[in-house]
Design a binder for this molecule. Structure first.
Ligand code: NAD
Ligand code: ZN
Length: 277
């Protein structure tokens, strides 16, 4: 492995804290499309919607019946997908580091938890599409998607019984997917905003995997970690704002390639390399 990884190894050997920030790229090898490819689009009637239009409160508040099928379809893709070797590597890293490890994920697919990362140390900062909550915020509770809700095909619609099944059990308003939409703000209660910033402040090493850096909190996490002198490793097949950040700092490393190829080797190296001091 890369000699430039020395600061990362030293961090782990010296009892430093590690933050891992993941995006849709880590789940691409589990067969879950990122938002960039053709699979990200959704057609209603003859119109194509981009995620940036569909994944908004503005759209849901006017057309919940158009937004829900997209989530139910994506949820079925995620439910049928399996965690891959990249997810597994992060489970090994958490087992090794325990409370020195935090995983901040933008993914809503739930695969990190299914792979075995702990709920306690995994911050799902954009939510989880296997859960729903009251669209009118009548209560803070979250619920699973009820049995019996249909699984729309790609570009499909809700079944007749779905709207009733997707009502809030408390106030009978629509429930909504528990995800952060493009026109909404982060908060601590639902999305662990302040906790994530704290993790960035305390991190001695930040590992970024498979994100295009198009969202706000991840960029803040990167900027804070860099400003405080953390080592940064970016893993991505393509250049992105985090690889550019890593290139600008002395202890930054860019590993160009897929998460499934790079992450297992990197984690082995971080775990075993730091053992033979
Ligand atoms: P993105 O779609 O904007 O970017 C994906 C990134 O992953 C790109 O930089 C791409 O180069 C990289 N990538 C592709 N294949 C990879 C691989 N095999 N290994 C490593 N990297 C790879 O994703 P984003 O930055 O996470 O942001 C988009 C938003 O989309 C997030 O808010 C997220 O909630 C949502 N989203 C989530 C999922 C999911 O939960 N799996 C899927 C699609 C979108
Ligand atoms: Zn309600």
């Amino acid at each position: 492995m890369n000699e430039n990884l020395r600061p990362a190894l030293d961090t782990i050997r010296n009892g430093g804290r590690v933050a891992v920030l993941t995006g849709a790229g880590i789940s691409a090898e589990s067969g879950i499309p990122t938002f960039r490819g053709q699979d990200g689009y959704w057609t209603v009637g003859s119109r194509e919607y981009h995620p940036q239009e569909l994944a908004t409160w503005a759209m849901f508040s006017r057309h919940p019946e158009r937004v829900w099928p997209w989530y139910l379809y994506r949820r079925s893709i995620c439910a049928n997908a399996q965690p891959n070797v990249g997810h597994d590597a992060l489970v090994r890293l958490e087992k090794h580091l325990r409370d020195r490890f935090t995983l901040i994920t933008q993914n809503v697919d739930g695969l990190h938890i299914r792979a075995g990362n702990s709920l306690e140390r995994t911050y799902e900062i954009h939510g989880n599409l296997h859960r729903r909550r009251c669209a009118e915020s009548c209560c803070p509770e979250q619920w699973a998607i009820p049995e019996g809700v249909s699984t729309p095909k790609r570009n499909g619609t809700l079944a007749n019984d779905d709207p009733a099944l997707l009502r809030c059990p408390r106030c009978d308003a629509w429930t909504r997917p528990h995800v952060l939409w493009f026109d909404e703000c982060y908060d601590e209660e639902k999305y662990r905003y302040e906790s994530s910033l704290n993790v960035a402040v305390q991190a001695d090493l930040l590992i970024v995997v498979g994100t295009s850096g198009a969202t706000n909190l991840p960029m803040q996490v990167g900027a804070i970690a860099a400003r405080r002198g953390a080592a940064i490793i970016d893993i991505n097949p393509t250049e992105n704002p985090f690889s550019q950040l890593a290139q600008r700092i002395p202890s930054g490393v860019v590993l160009t390639g897929s998460a499934g190829t790079i992450l297992p080797t990197l984690v082995d190296h971080l775990i075993h390399g730091s053992d033979d001091a």
